[in-house]
Design a protein around this ligand. Structure first.
Ligand code: NDP
Length: 253
């Protein structure tokens, strides 16, 4: 049995492409009003158009969530505009691969800034709204943190990405223990490779070397596969909490 999201409000970070865009559209189809947060306004406007074409309601908020004040302002803009916040999808992230030895330090800084700090800043600002929403008739609210298989399994050439996603897992469990008695559900979603723009930021030589590392015959997931997983989590009845989901493509190592 699934429950409708009508009357709820969801904020999706990294909604301008890939998993975030697909998730926003999927949640809107279930009836949630969606706040779309990322830096590229033109791309957010396109996603908002798709949401509206699917009969949904969207608010575009262009913000760099690695800046604490912009992250907080984005949360407040969404909750002020729609009057509440029920679902937070912490999805924005970046994957820059390569050996630790001689790595460009700016790549590490950028990954830590978005995968860790951005997620923390948005969660910090959103939590009071989520706790309040959980006291309402839906009797629950949701934090979905998008981690990765890389948050479970460290591999050579992925050290700092592994570090950030393992951190997301640890933070999620700690947060879960703090808010579960107040009916905020915290879920960790751990996708394997998904066909998105994530790989476009990797240095070409590193990208070439990492090809095939998930298995010679491994398939690749679609953003919609993860969007459907997230939608499944937030449409469970309030008594059901799915805290962790690992989604690998077929034939993946
Ligand atoms: P995309 O590159 O398509 O999406 C990343 C999103 O993050 C974009 O919308 C981007 O928007 C946003 N973003 C990046 N930096 C910032 C910032 N400073 N402020 C606000 N938004 C920002 O990749 P995916 O959809 O694949 O990635 C989504 C999540 O899924 C990430 O956390 C990633 O680690 C995770 N993941 C992806 C996998 C994959 O194989 N694709 C596998 C496992 C996990 P903009 O540039 O407009 O700001």
């Amino acid at each position: 049995m699934s429950t409708s999201l009508s009357g709820t409000v969801a904020l999706v970070t990294g909604a301008s492409s890939g998993i975030g865009a697909a998730t926003a559209i999927s949640l809107a189809r279930e009836g949630a009003a969606v706040g779309l947060v990322a830096r590229r306004k033109d791309r957010l406007d396109e996603v908002a158009e798709l949401v509206r074409n699917a009969g949904g309601t969207a608010l575009v908020v262009d913000a760099d969530i690695t800046r604490a004040e912009q992250a907080a302002a984005a949360v407040h803009q969404v909750s002020d505009h729609f009057g509440r916040l029920d679902i937070l999808v912490n999805n924005a992230g970046m994957m820059l691969l390569g050996p630790i030895e001689d790595a460009p330090l700016d790549e590490w800084d950028r990954m830590v800034a978005i995968n860790v700090q951005g997620l923390l800043y948005v969660t910090h600002a959103a939590l009071p709204h989520l706790l309040k929403a959980a006291e309402g008739p839906r009797a629950t609210a949701d934090v979905i943190n998008v981690s990765s298989v890389a948050g479970r399994q460290a591999r050579r050439g992925m050290g700092v990405y592994n570090l950030t996603k393992h951190g997301v897992g640890a933070f999620s469990e700690s947060l879960r223990q703090e808010v579960s008695e107040r009916h905020v559900r915290v879920s960790l979603v751990e996708p394997g490779p998904v066909s998105t723009e994530l790989f476009s930021h990797i240095r070409p030589d590193v990208l070439q070397q990492s090809k095939g590392s998930f298995g010679a015959n491994a398939q690749i997931l679609l953003p919609e596969d993860i969007a459907e997983t997230i939608t499944f989590l937030v449409t469970r009845p309030a008594r059901v909490v799915v805290n962790e989901v690992l989604v690998r493509p077929d034939a993946s190592l």
